[in-house]
Design a protein around this ligand. Structure first.
Ligand SMILES: Cc1ncc(COP(=O)(O)O)c(C=O)c1O
Length: 447
């Protein structure tokens, strides 16, 4: 195969142009940019075409439809802007095209992922002997940890789930707050549970589980907690719930998709107190860690929990003495997503990451205070990077649409405590003072 220099030169230039214009281009595409996407509608060709023409078309038609969620003024969902070091690592790793599943297929990926996982445990002060697996997102990280947890709970009860199956198994109870992120329910549905089989506990006004309403726990229970409510950013009381679970044999899982990273901050780590006492955790890396999308980590206190569930064995899969990545995730083959996590952490260091978390939380606090000055009502206690706000409900939809169409910033609607509102999540390293002021002035103009 000949090296196609023209192709790679073109891509480097296109990516550099994108990177340079990231903070001046519209945050969301305009009507023309969206319309041009129709040009992708063409029949599949019989003969194919030159790679350079494929990639030119991708850039010329695709780029105008791209959302600048990597920039400093995208405050929708919970979205981190990928750090340049992580994007560069992603490029290089894509070029290597490693299968990070079996160790023998990529000693580099296996080694770097082991280091990245160890760093995450250290950074977040989670039990250092924990096992971890690199998966696509917090939905899958939850699925991974919860599947492994269920298998371990059954093992502790003397029941072999993998041999004898779920249909003959004693009942396992899944307990969570009414405010649990819906992807945990989806994960449990993948595992075969209907929503009506799950037990939901009421929450307080910030979305924290009411500990005094948690049913008595025992060794047939898995309880799910949250580090960071997707609207308010509030944290469940981990210590209180872990006290309830202590000695009962119940399993405690924490969905720490974005809020878990706050453990690395100097000013707000206390919000997560007790989180380290849980049995498993799921964290998104493509959120606050600011690595490219399709990246999360599933962690279990006892590394054997993941291995028991996901260890794949076959005659052709030769195992060495080293850690086998594919024994920790649902997939056998996958990309080497841990490389970007390693690059982001190595680039930031402890201080850089703590700064990122604290800076974005401080911006959220400031943003909320400026919104209040404009007469907008803040509905949550802004403890981390999340702001939930509202205004005259009759004007809300038009207000959100006007800001979105202005193209200078983006945030979306939500419902909170029975009220319609909008939510701001500031999760990107790219956000600067100037971005915040531009976003606020767009809001002022829309009002
Ligand atoms: C608390 C929480 N859990 C889980 C998820 C699901 O994450 P992902 O989209 O990466 O699967 C999210 C996403 O916003 C979240 O905020």
């Amino acid at each position: 195969m000949n090296f196609d220099q023209q192709l790679f030169d073109y891509v480097v230039n296109a990516a550099r142009d994108f990177e340079e214009n990231l903070n001046t281009r519209r945050v969301t595409p305009d009507a023309e940019g969206l319309k041009s996407l129709d040009r992708f509608n063409e029949p599949l060709s019989q003969t194919g075409e030159a790679a350079i023409s494929v990639i030119k078309m991708l850039n010329e038609i695709g780029e105008p439809g791209v959302v600048s969620s990597r920039g400093g003024r995208y405050y929708g969902f919970v979205t981190g802007g990928a750090l340049p070091a992580a994007v560069a690592a992603n490029w290089l790793a894509a070029s290597w095209d490693q299968n990070a599943g079996p160790m023998v297929m990529s000693p580099t990926a296996a080694k770097i992922e082991e280091v990245a996982g160890t760093w995450v445990l250290d950074l977040l002060d989670l039990p250092r002997q924990s096992g971890f697996g690199f998966v696509t997102g917090a939905t899958m990280a939850g699925f991974t940890a919860l599947s492994a947890a269920r298998n371990r709970q059954y093992k502790n009860l003397g029941y072999d789930l993998k041999a004898d199956g779920i249909r003959n198994a004693p009942k396992m109870r899944f307990i969570m707050s009414e405010e649990i992120h819906p992807t945990n329910i989806i994960a449990l549905q993948y595992m075969g549970y209907g929503k009506n089989e799950l037990e939901f506990v009421p929450c307080d006004t910030e979305g924290r589980i009411k500990v005094d309403q948690i049913p008595t726990l025992d060794d047939h229970c898995i309880i799910l907690l949250q580090a960071g409510n997707v609207n308010s950013g509030a944290y469940d009381d981990f210590n209180a719930v872990c006290d309830l679970a202590l000695g009962t044999g119940a399993w405690v899982h924490v969905d720490a998709a974005f809020g878990g990273w706050v453990r690395a901050s100097r000013t707000r780590a206390h919000l997560t107190n007790g989180m380290e006492r849980a049995d498993s955790w799921s964290l998104d890396c493509h959120k606050w860690l600011n690595v490219p999308h399709d990246s999360a980590i599933s962690i279990c206190r006892d590394a054997g929990t993941l291995q028991d569930m996901f260890g794949v064995r076959a005659a052709y899969l030769v195992e060495g003495a080293a850690r086998e990545p594919n024994h920790h995730t649902p997939e056998l083959s996958r990309r080497a997503r841990g490389i970007e996590i390693w690059a982001a952490l190595k680039f930031l260091g402890r201080d850089g990451f703590a700064d990122l978390i604290e800076r974005t939380c401080d911006y959220a606090k400031y943003f909320a205070s400026e919104l209040e000055k404009m007469g907008i009502e803040i509905l949550n206690d802004v403890v981390i990077n999340q702001v939930v706000a509202t205004m005259d409900e009759g004007k809300l939809d038009q207000f959100i649409k006007t800001v979105q169409m202005d193209g200078k910033t983006w945030f979306g609607p939500t419902h909170w405590q029975g009220r319609k509102g909008f939510r701001i999540s500031i999760s990107s390293h790219a956000t600067t003072d100037r971005d915040i002021e531009i976003a606020l002035s767009s809001i002022r103009a829309a009002l």
